[in-house]
Design a protein around this ligand. Structure first.
Ligand code: WAQ
Ligand code: MG
Length: 271
């Protein structure tokens, strides 16, 4: 019996998305062995019912088994914080970093304008991310209400422990940072994505980041005004990239982070 249990390498993907008044409220993605499923599912339901933007009306929980042999193991990106005075300075800095990663200034500015106005056509936040041509700034995602949801990524228990210890030292050990690092880490593994820009849709969380394989995960404590509910994500796509294969990777390919990158002390942004 013990031998059989030890050989149970089944792995599941858990996905939660919750909505309220017809709009996206909250979502979460985990990978877990059988023995953790109940606990993680309960935590996801609890989270949907206790969100800062209100109580969920609809909660969708999806649990799917995966072939553990298909899991790719990887290292989380290095993390750096640039201290900025306010969200305006933060956005200027984020634009400069995106240009450094090869995104055109026009594409970067269009992404920020969409995120400020609400990325979905009704002016609300999207459930997923925008795909934006890194050169022309054109929107490439098929469904502009939904966007592209990255899934099937997580970190191992050992990596989580080590990440939390490192983040605690920087006073950054919160769920926003941990989940964003894991998501950005998976996105940065896609060669079609030149860079990512994100700020939260939670009114009480105004930090955001620019991430790229070449830059790591670069945070800004302010990318939007406090109290603002509109947020989002933009993935800047290399011109001519094969979108269907990118979507298969982002949505379906399981990635587990087993190593943590370097976590740096904040430095002031100098124009
Ligand atoms: N795949 C694609 N897009 C997503 C996903 C996903 N799995 N989850 C969320 N989004 C999009 C969606 O449009 C949300 O409206 C938007 O991102 C923001 O999601 O270093 O909390 O979960 O201090 O509100 C970043 C800074 C925090 C953390 C990001 O995002 C830090 C955050 P939220
Ligand atoms: Mg949110």
């Amino acid at each position: 019996m013990l031998v059989l249990l030890a050989m149970d390498k089944s792995l599941y993907s858990l996905r939660m998305r919750a909505s309220r008044s017809g709009g996206h409220l909250s979502g979460a993605e985990r990978l877990a062995p059988t023995c953790d499923l109940e606990r993680l599912a309960a935590a996801m339901v609890n989270r949907a019912l206790n969100h800062s933007r209100g109580r969920a009306e609809n909660i969708h929980l999806t649990i799917e088994s995966l072939d553990a042999a298909t899991v790719r193991y990887a290292q989380l990106p290095d993390l750096l914080t640039f201290s900025v005075d306010d969200w305006r300075q933060g956005r200027t800095a984020a634009g400069k970093l995106l240009v450094e990663a090869g995104v055109s200034l026009m594409a970067a500015e269009r992404a920020m304008a969409w995120m400020a106005e609400g990325c979905a056509p009704d002016g609300r936040s999207m459930r997923g991310a925008m795909l934006i041509d890194a050169l022309t700034g054109q929107r490439l995602e098929e469904d502009p209400f939904r966007g592209v949801r990255v899934g099937r990524m997580d970190l191992t228990a050992e990596a989580e422990e080590s990440l939390r210890a490192g983040l605690r030292r920087l006073e950054l050990d919160n769920l926003h940072v941990r989940e964003a690092l894991v998501l950005a880490g998976k996105v940065a593994l896609a060669p079609e994505v030149m860079a990512e820009l994100c700020w939260s849709d939670d009114p009480d969380y105004n930090a955001g980041y620019v991430a790229a394989a070449s830059l790591g995960y670069v945070r800004f404590p302010h990318l939007k005004p406090m109290g603002e509910e509109r947020g989002g994500r933009a993935f800047f796509i290399a011109p001519g990239a094969d979108i269907p294969s990118l979507l298969t990777f982002l949505e379906k390919a399981p990635v587990l982070f087993e190593q943590v990158g370097v976590l740096r002390d904040p430095v002031p942004w100098k124009g």
